[in-house]
Design a protein around this ligand. Sequence first.
Ligand code: FES
Length: 99
Amino acid sequence: MQIAAKISEVPNFGKKVVSVSGKEILLVNIKGSVFAVENECPHQGSPLGAAIVKDGHLSCPRHGYRFNLTDGKCAEHPECVLATYPVRLEGDDILVDLG
Ligand code: FES
């Protein structure tokens, strides 16, 4: 696992785009649970930094596809799956596993 950011850099209900090993990752904090997903929509590649977070889902700013933050699935468009990465919190550090 690699350090992606400090938890203090990703406020509650906030997002942060970070670069880990040259890959852009979007971190999302929901009430202290941090999710890490690829910062590129699987539909047509939009960056997701401006996505809306609601009910455990991320809505792409371009066409509004909604992705489950836990497994990356899109119920309306099952052919589009957003890559998600395991996250562990260690003290103030957010660690992600890019596999
Ligand atoms: S590019 Fe994300 S929904 Fe189309």
